[in-house]
Unconditional design. Structure first.
Length: 305
């Protein structure tokens, strides 16, 4: 991409100079200890070229961004059978909402809200004897981070305070859309959310979605090309909770955010970009992350629209 580093640097400086509003997530106590002024960016092209700004090598909690990796794992194992257990429609509600499950009989709206990710964790518990190890091994393979570990302090912090997630698991189980015990499923869910990566690692990990399902550099076939298309479509419509429309409007790329302040966005057949800044707007998405990607895609016109 012509002048990519320059455009990234200029966009970074522009966002740095703006008012920095929002709050770090504190409902998971361990997340509130992060330095809120950290700000990193990494873009990786499908040819493996890499461009970075700021704190691109600092590890942070990727939280819900990891739901995309549970989705790629489940899709690669059971394919379209997944859609017997959940839908792929935007929810228009908060990430941890219970409200639609009552009228929709325990079928989550999509895999990227908490309800959907909890059902995917149930499927992973069915698929593997040791689901926590299998999931970690899978993320290690896709990301190439051989020594990746769960951040057990973050998982424990959420385990102690994750009342809504316990409620979601129990509520969905009452509709028989969870087969394992709620404790097994929420334990896996909290560990999934605890994974930490740097912007560099995150942008690389998501490279397969910019490369028709094949990981860049290693050529690992993570998902089929048609499945990569579907994951991108789900990220586009459901990746930013009740702000998915706003993200499409401002940024115009498939993407996924997490309450750790990270977000990743994909331009299919071109690049994957990760941005991290811990202060969140009122919808739970990184304040600076949204601004950065909006200005970047306005400038480059690298958007799907
Ligand atoms: N672990 C977080 C939760 O379940 C994930 C939320 C997010 O990043 O959207 O509340």
């Amino acid at each position: 991409m012509i002048d990519c580093q320059n455009i990234l640097d200029n966009t970074y400086q522009k966002v740095l100079k703006m008012e920095h509003v929002g709050d770090v997530a504190s409902y998971i106590p361990e997340l509130s200890t992060v330095n809120p002024d950290q700000f990193g960016v990494c873009l990786i092209t499908k040819n493996g070229e890499q461009f970075t700004c700021g704190d691109a090598t600092v590890k942070f909690s990727i939280q819900s961004i990891a739901k995309v990796l549970s989705l790629s794992l489940v899709l690669s194992k059971i394919g379209d059978k997944l859609w017997e257990r959940m839908d792929f429609e935007p929810s228009g509600t908060a990430f941890n909402s219970l409200v639609q499950l009552e009228s929709e009989n325990g079928i989550p709206r999509n895999p990227l809200i908490n309800a959907g990710a909890i059902v995917m964790c149930d499927i992973i518990c069915d698929l593997f004897d040791d689901p926590k190890t299998a999931l970690l091994d899978y993320v290690r393979e896709v990301s190439g981070i051989k020594d990746l570990q769960y951040a057990t302090d973050i998982a424990a912090s959420e385990q102690a305070t994750g009342y809504r997630n316990y409620a979601l698991a129990n509520f969905i189980k009452s509709f028989e859309n969870i087969h394992n015990t709620c404790n097994q499923v929420t334990d896996l869910y909290f560990h999934l959310c605890s994974i930490e990566m740097t912007c560099e690692q995150l942008a690389y990990t998501f490279g397969f979605l910019a490369n028709q399902g094949k990981q860049i550099k290693t050529d690992m076939k993570v998902v089929k090309p048609a499945q990569a298309k579907r994951i991108n479509a789900i990220m586009q419509t459901c990746g930013f909770y009740d702000e998915a429309g706003e993200f499409a409007f401002r940024v115009g790329l498939p993407g996924k955010s997490g309450v750790g302040g990270g977000m990743v966005a994909i331009l299919p057949n071109a690049f994957s970009i990760a941005v991290w800044s811990p202060k969140l707007n009122k919808h739970g998405n990184s304040y600076r992350g949204m601004k950065f990607l909006e200005y970047f895609t306005d400038e480059t016109q690298d958007t799907v629209f």
